[in-house]
Design a protein around this ligand. Sequence first.
Ligand code: UDP
Length: 410
Amino acid sequence: MKNNIAFIHILLGLMHCLTPIAYTQNHPQPKKILILSSNTGGGHRASALALQAAFAQSLPPTCEIQIVDFWVDLAQGQFVHMPKQYAFLAKHPWLWKLSYEVTRTRAGHFALKSYLNAFAHHSIRRAFEKIQPELIVSVHPLVNDISQRVLRKMYQKRPQDKPHYVTVVTDLGSAHPAWFHPEVDKTYVPSGRVFQDALQAGVAPEKIIQLGLPIRKAFWSVGMEQKAAKEHLGLDPHKALVLLIGGGDGVGNLSNTAKAIAAQLAGTPQATQTQLAVICGNNLTLRHRLQQHAWPLATTIHGFTHNLDEWMSAADILATKAGPGTIAESLIRGLPLLLTSFLPGQEKYNVDYVLQHGLGVFADRPQNIAQITSQWLQQPQQLQKMSERAREIARPRAALDIAQHILQAL
Ligand code: UDP
């Protein structure tokens, strides 16, 4: 009997280990997957990393899964400045709003597509010819039209060899029309609203799949227990943690917001029970400036951190710009959300998403943000409610589900 049970256990273990091999034996397996991303903000790269890890889980190690910065690595030329230009626009929201709204109009979108195609077509074609991917996954809005034009030309005479091309939309509340292209094989969307945007842009309904926003591997499993996470990060495990983030580029009014929160809590009984951590992302100037400040509250300042999953496990409240990646990650960790800014355009609807689902509030004046933080710290039941709502709608497995769906459709 014992032998039989041991045999069944070994069999089950083997089946578990062999699942990726069984998958690849029954389906044609891609040998080269190319993920088109760009470091414009931190969200596209975070989703690219999530999908890379998810594909790696289902495919043998011989499959090459390459992430490229479409503009810096492939388009090159004047396009290498694209990430810096994005960071500049993100720091000047009115300029971002102007470019977003202009390129959303029919004429503006046409002009944008024509410009990209005129100046990047040849370098993108050279890159695709060199890499020869069998599957292309785009996680960036601006790359889809030009990629489709290049592929259409490259495979004019043998369309059956055209690589499978899917778009995974990494915006949450709404999406710019550039995300969508009717010739793309599948478009994966994170929410009902983005599903509607895809339909409106002319994508056939059977090509739109709603499975969530792909989140990095560190978020797939239950995080560290809160006190343990605080200790692990060198924080006081007995004090509540207010975490302040401004996306990958450390944008939004982080400096004034952090100072207002610290000033509000200092001098109250909450001062001895609260600590503040500010993550400045790639914004080095802000980081140095905040590190020089004399903080009236226990405060730590950080640059780009690669363990935001741990910081989110440790936090009690997250105050952040309404970036889709940060929002989706915070839901997995069950964090009440205090949205402090948004990039006009696509991020405005992320605010609506958070408010409609009862996941948090929006306030953009530092003084209001500080008051809400102070009130929330005194209302653990309210925090608990938002935390439960967040966990209910979180999609920690989105990257795995999307990768599986893509591979099955090949
Ligand atoms: N991020 C990170 N470390 C940092 C700051 C940000 O890993 O120090 C990640 C964050 O976890 C999220 C992404 O960068 O996955 C930011 O994406 P989001 O869509 O929120 O904003 P974006 O930077 O794209 O505007």
